[in-house]
Design a protein around this ligand. Structure first.
Ligand code: ATP
Length: 531
């Protein structure tokens, strides 16, 4: 019978080893490995999925055998240790039992004793592993909020912010984030958490609807407004009455429509195309964009007044590459969802495949990950997805990427409840130098994520990473945008001061050496949110 268990023998007595091997293999053809020193023992115990360690009390060690057994037990709780006790060492049995090591085998070995002890030790090992897994599952249970999964600090903060925003029924919210980060999910979550949840949530993708149709889609039209308008048509704004209107890709809306939308926001009424009478409407407007609206305002492509109206509460969703702690939970979620949908067994990823996912930069964010898992659930019937099964673009990027180091990747999957191979040990790395400064992100968004901002001069989007940190190195890439840099730095200073003063504007003004009224004006103008 092939035995799925792995045994490790720490014994320097060749005869004893031979006998043990013969006796074990009478019951099953298990995998047996031998070590002759402590370093090798620990290396194998770390890197392989060993079930039982047979440990001869005479095995060389710097400490006495009982202390050593205690250390090994502490370091490798997934192992069941079975001490081998030579004649004359029986005196140590009491101490071994005191360590809660309930199995030992006296030497010289006796077949029936070995057989019974190994069977019991394996049973205990399996029970302990089950209990550990359950505990890890509880620990690794991701934070879930309105269908969104995320365990990283920015996502937890985001979930918290959404509940608070939902309570405030009137403020408009501008949701920012790269494509596929979950902007629409956030908008739905705000709606679901608000008292409007029983009414319609109406999404409109301003980039997907042709410019000439968007106006009538949004505002509706009256009979006779244009050729073909044979009846009155209700627009999406009206569908969203008492509910929520979600305007995705707001940056793509043309200026004439922006003016009409501003009116809805200010006056809470609108006129359908071709209509003369204003219709009152009570809708909460949420907008989303992946583009830099401030830049569009500067370029005159987006109305400044509308920008301020929309961004009363700005929310930022970080890209997946900046919150890789969420990856294992998202992978589990999508594996479960798509396995269930297809009526197939759950599948998992080999360690190398998982490491490759961790190295990938996910330009398409969560959507890209979801598509990948869906693809895998269709194309691979097996229980484990290997590195070679991954699409070429992921394999290639994974190989070339060096942004996520091996230790970092191992730590990433360490608490995952994705059913992997043996989890790697978590060793606290020795820190010899201070951690590198955090990457800068736009200050308005940062203020919402409640993290400190480095007070270094900002880099423009054109500058590369090596130019960050010095205001003068921006010139390395040619032109700089003076106003953008100054504006950005000013915002950072204000956000930082507000953070230090825990949102107290009077104290922040003192820190900045500004009059309180000047600071208030700047906060308002720059759309900085203060808790
Ligand atoms: N935190 C999350 N948990 C679970 N699924 C998520 C999460 N974030 C995003 N998704 C999934 O990723 C996909 C993309 O999400 P969504 O459409 O909300 O992104 P988006 O930012 O609005 O994208 P786009 O800008 O391209 O419209 C959806 O299928 C969504 O279910």
């Amino acid at each position: 019978m092939i035995c799925p268990h792995q045994f490790l023998v720490a014994d320097n007595d060749p005869q004893g080893i031979l006998l043990l091997e013969q006796q074990l293999q009478r019951d099953c053809s298990c995998t047996l490995q031998y070590v002759h020193n402590q370093d090798r023992l620990e290396e194998l115990a770390y890197n392989q999925d060993i079930h039982i360690l047979f440990y001869d009390l005479k095995f060389p060690s710097e400490t006495d055998p009982i202390t050593k057994l205690g250390q090994l037990q502490h370091k490798f709780p997934h192992l069941t240790i079975v001490p081998l006790i030579s004649a004359g060492m029986d005196i140590l049995v009491k101490e071994i039992l005191g360590l809660q090591l309930f199995f030992y085998i006296p030497k010289p070995l006796d077949y029936s004793e070995v057989s019974i002890t190994v069977r019991r030790a394996l049973e205990t090992n399996s029970i302990n592993r089950g209990a550990n897994r359950e505990q890890e599952n509880i620990k690794a249970k991701p934070h879930s909020f309105e269908g969104m999964t995320g365990d990283s600090i920015p996502m937890r903060q985001l979930f918290d912010l959404i509940s608070r925003i939902a309570d405030d029924d009137y403020s408009t919210v501008l949701i920012r984030g790269e494509s596929g980060t979950g902007k629409e999910m956030v908008a739905k979550a705000i709606h679901q958490q608000s008292k409007r949840r029983k009414r319609n949530f109406v999404p409109v993708n301003c980039a997907a609807i042709p410019e000439e149709l968007l106006e009538s889609e949004l505002f509706g039209y009256s009979k006779g407004a244009f050729t073909g308008a044979t009846t009155n048509k209700i627009g999406r704004i009206q569908y969203a009455d008492k509910g929520t209107l979600f305007l995705d890709e707001i940056g793509d809306m043309k200026p004439s429509l922006q003016a009409k939308l501003l009116r809805v926001l200010q006056e809470r009424e609108f006129e359908p195309v071709g209509g003369l009478k204003a219709t009152p409407v009570d809708t909460r407007i949420l907008a989303a964009t992946h583009c830099n609206l401030e830049k569009l305002v500067e370029q005159g492509r987006f109305r400044e007044d509308l920008y301020y109206r929309l961004s009363v509460i700005p929310l930022n969703i970080p890209p997946l590459r900046e919150r890789k702690e969420d990856l294992p939970h998202l992978v589990s979620l999508f594996v479960e969802n798509y396995s269930l949908k297809r009526g197939r067994d759950l599948f998992s990823f080999s360690r190398r495949a998982l490491d490759t996912l961790a190295s990938h930069q996910w330009p398409g964010n969560v959507r890209e990950l979801e598509n990948l898992i869906q693809h895998m659930s269709v194309l691979h019937a097996g229980a484990i997805i290997e590195f070679d099964d991954l699409p070429e673009k992921i394999r290639n990027r994974g190989l070339s990427s060096c942004e996520t180091g091996r230790d970092e990747r191992q730590a990433l999957w360490a608490n995952s409840h994705v059913p992997p191979e043996k989890k790697p040990p978590q060793i606290e790395p020795e820190r010899t130098e201070p951690p590198p400064p955090k990457k800068m992100r736009p200050p308005i968004e940062k203020s919402y994520q409640n993290k400190p901002l480095p007070l270094t001069a900002p880099s423009t989007s054109r500058s590369n990473s090596s130019s960050q940190g010095s205001p003068f190195s921006c010139w390395e890439n040619g032109k700089i945008d003076f106003n953008e840099l100054v504006e950005s730095f000013e915002k950072q200073l204000i956000v930082r001061a507000l953070k230090i003063s825990s949102g107290n504007k009077k104290e922040a003004a003192i820190l900045l050496g500004l009059k309180r009224t000047t600071l208030l004006e700047k906060i308002k103008k720059k759309g900085i949110f203060v808790h």
